[in-house]
Design a binder for this molecule. Structure first.
Ligand code: HAM
Length: 436
C-alpha cells in the first residue's frame, strides 16, 4: 500500500567545487576548444587524450611528495582490485608516462603534443578555482635547445594574444640539479635566520621544501621573500647560457616578459626555465596566473624512462573563459537553426520525423516541437527561434504528399513535393545567406 503522504526526497546538489557547464556556456567552451586546436595544430602539435585515472604513485613521484597537490589535494582511492589510483591532478606526468610506455623516443624528436581535459584537485573552492577543472596543455618532449622553450612560451602567448587579452609572461630559471643545491643551501641559511618572522606554513616548509616558501602568499612572508637570495645569481654556466638564449629568442619573437625570481612553481619536476602567464593590473599589484609551465628534464628518469629533456605549459580553461567574458572578447556564435518543422496530427508527425532526419543528414539544423499539436503554438515557437522558414505538414499535405514552406519574414507560403523539399530548402537557405 502506498503511504498517504510520501516524504519528498531532498533534491541533490552539485558536489562542492564541481561545476555544470550549461548549454548557454557551451559557445565559450566550443570557441576555446577550436582556438586551442587551431593554435596547436598550426604549430605542429598533435592531440593526445589520456585516462583520467592513473596509479597514484605516478603523481607522488612525478609532482613530488612535499607539494600541496600531493600532500593535500589529490583524489586518491583504492579500486576493487586493491590498486591505489588517483584522479589526475594535472596532465604532464601522464604525458611522460605515455611517451615512455609507447616508445615515443623512437619517433622523430621532438614530439609535440597537446591535450584538453578535466583535472581534479581538492583545492579550496573560490572564484576561478574548482575541484574539477579543465586544462589545455602543450608539451614538447625530446629537445633541450632553448629554442623550444621560446616556442612553448610563444604558443601559450598566442592563445591569449589571439583573444586580445592583456597578458604578460613572468619568467625565471630555477637551475638544474648541479647548481640548485648551492642555492637551496644559501636560501635555507637565509630563511633560518628569519625563521621567527615566517608564517606557520613556511616554518613547516623550511625543512621539507624551502624553495616553496618563495611561492608563499602569506603577508608576514612577503618582506622576507623579497629580500631572499635569488636562484639567478647561482646558475651554473650551462643554465645561465640556456636562460640567456631563451630570453634572446623571446626578444626575437617580440614576446614581452618580466623577469620574476619568484616563479618557482608548485610542482617539483621543474628545472631551468619556469614561467607563468599573468593577467591584471601590474601597478595595482593585482595579477593572477592564467597558466604556467616550464622545463622538466629530470621527470623521465623519475618515472622509469631514459633521460629526456622536455618543456610544457598548461592553463585553466575556466579562468580563460572568465577572462573572455570580463574582457568582452568576440566568440563565435553557435549556429542557430534556420528551419522549424511544424506538424498537425499523428500521421503528419510521423512524416515530419522522417523529414527531420532527411534534413539533418544534409547538415541542416532544424528545430521542432513534436510534442505540440496546435499550429498557432508551433508558429509562435518558430518566431521565438528566429528561423527563416517553417515547414508545415498538415492533413492536406499528407494526402497530396507535399510540404508547405512558409517564409517567416513575409508570411508567403508555397507548397512543394515531399521528395523535393530538402533540395528546395537548401536552395532557399543559400539565397538567404547571400542576402545576409
Ligand atoms: P599548474 O600551475 O599547477 O601547472 O596548473 C596550470 C593551470 O591550471 C593554472 O595556472 C590554472 O589556470 C589551472 N588550475 C590549477 N588548479 C586549478 C583549480 N583548482 N581550478 C581551476 N583552475 C586551476 C600544471 O598543472 C603543470 N602540469 C603545467 C605544465 C605543463 N608544466 C609543464 N607542462
Amino acid at each position: 500500500m502506498i503511504p498517504k503522504k510520501e516524504k519528498k526526497a531532498k533534491a541533490f546538489q552539485l558536489v562542492k567545487g564541481m561545476k555544470d557547464i550549461l548549454p548557454e556556456e557551451q559557445r565559450y567552451w566550443q570557441h576555446v576548444r577550436k582556438l586551442i586546436a587551431r593554435v596547436a595544430e598550426s604549430h605542429g602539435f598533435e592531440r593526445i587524450d589520456l585516462p583520467i585515472v592513473e596509479f597514484s604513485d605516478l603523481f607522488v613521484r612525478g609532482i613530488g611528495k612535499a607539494t600541496d597537490i600531493v600532500e593535500k589535494e589529490m583524489y586518491v582511492f583504492e579500486d576493487q582490485g586493491g590498486d591505489k589510483l588517483a584522479l589526475r591532478p594535472e596532465g604532464t606526468a601522464g604525458v611522460v608516462r605515455s611517451y615512455i610506455e609507447h616508445g615515443m623516443q623512437n619517433r622523430p624528436q621532438p614530439v609535440k603534443l597537446y591535450y584538453f581535459g578535466p583535472m581534479f584537485r581538492h583545492d579550496k573552492p573560490q572564484a576561478g578555482r574548482y575541484r574539477q577543472f579543465y586544462q589545455f596543455g602543450f608539451e614538447i618532449l625530446g629537445e633541450s635547445d632553448a629554442v623550444v622553450d621560446a616556442q612553448t612560451i610563444m604558443v601559450a602567448y598566442k592563445v591569449y594574444q589571439s583573444l586580445n587579452l592583456p597578458v604578460n609572461i613572468q619568467i625565471n630559471s630555477i637551475g638544474c640539479p648541479k647548481c640548485r643545491p648551492e642555492y637551496e643551501n644559501e636560501l635555507k641559511d637565509y630563511l633560518k635566520k628569519r625563521k621567527n618572522d615566517l608564517s606557520e606554513i613556511s616554518k613547516d616548509r623550511l625543512s621539507k621544501n624551502p624553495m616553496r616558501i618563495l611561492d608563499s602568499k602569506e603577508k608576514e612572508d612577503l618582506p622576507i621573500i623579497t629580500d631572499a637570495p635569488q636562484q639567478i645569481d647561482f646558475l651554473c654556466e650551462d643554465c645561465r647560457n640556456h636562460f640567456i638564449q631563451v630570453l634572446e629568442y623571446l626578444d626575437e619573437l617580440e614576446i614581452p616578459y618580466v623577469l620574476n625570481p619568484l616563479i618557482i612553481r608548485g610542482l617539483d619536476y621543474y628545472s631551468r626555465t619556469t614561467f607563468e602567464i599573468w593577467i591584471g593590473d601590474e601597478e595595482e599589484g593585482r595579477q593572477s596566473a592564467l597558466g604556467g609551465g616550464g622545463r622538466y628534464d629530470g621527470l623521465f628518469e623519475l618515472l622509469g624512462g631514459q633521460p629526456t629533456p622536455a618543456i610544457g605549459f598548461a592553463s585553466g580553461v575556466e579562468r580563460l573563459i572568465n577572462q573572455i567574458k570580463e574582457n568582452d572578447c568576440r566568440v563565435d556564435d553557435q549556429e542557430q537553426p534556420k528551419i522549424f518543422l511544424a506538424q498537425l496530427g499523428p500521421e503528419a508527425r510521423k512524416k515530419a520525423l522522417r523529414l527531420f532526419e532527411n534534413l539533418s543528414e544534409e547538415g541542416i539544423r532544424v528545430s521542432e516541437s513534436f510534442s505540440k499539436s496546435g499550429l498557432k503554438q508551433q508558429l509562435e515557437l518558430a518566431n521565438k527561434f528566429g528561423v527563416h522558414f517553417t515547414l508545415i505538414i498538415g492533413q492536406k499535405e499528407i494526402v497530396d504528399n507535399t510540404v508547405m514552406i512558409r517564409d517567416m519574414e513575409n508570411g508567403i507560403q508555397e507548397v512543394v513535393d515531399f521528395d523535393k523539399v530538402v533540395s528546395e530548402v537548401k536552395k532557399r537557405l543559400e539565397k538567404s545567406v547571400v542576402k545576409e
